[in-house]
Design a protein. Structure first.
Length: 133
């Protein structure tokens, strides 16, 4: 007999995704950890302004770009692609439900992996006297 395997339902502190989407910002802040909660509650006006800016950008069909790396991901961001600045360029971040309560900057790396190649001329004592081709 074949059994149906159900996909695991997403829960955040016992709340389903539908319940989370219906919450306002203050209620959602009670579900995240204390540092993120304090950040949301202290900057609640900044979040509201950012959401208004997002709505305007979506209506115009423009990408959402921000330098605000320490913004906590809230339910209103779900399904959006936000371009976050990494210090040099804007990198796209597709917001999913597992990202709720994390910061935007966690998903955009600011440093590249170091890739070393051969040493240049003058890098060592012996290479300084080689003829340059």
């Amino acid at each position: 007999m074949i059994e149906k395997i159900e996909a695991k339902k997403f829960l955040l502190r016992g709340k389903s995704l539908e319940e989370i989407k219906k919450m306002d910002l203050r209620e959602f802040s009670m579900l995240v950890k204390s540092r993120e909660r304090r950040s949301i509650l202290r900057q609640i006006d900044k979040y509201r302004d950012f959401l208004k800016r997002i709505e305007k950008k979506i209506k115009k069909g423009k990408p959402i770009r921000t330098h605000w790396r320490d913004a906590v991901i809230i339910p209103q961001f779900l399904g959006l692609t936000i371009y976050v600045h990494n210090g040099k360029s804007f990198e796209p971040v597709n917001i999913t439900e597992e990202m709720l309560g994390h910061r935007l900057g966690e998903f955009v790396l600011t440093r590249k992996q170091v890739k070393h190649s051969a040493p240049g001329v003058g890098a060592t004592k012996s290479s300084a006297f080689l003829s340059v081709k």
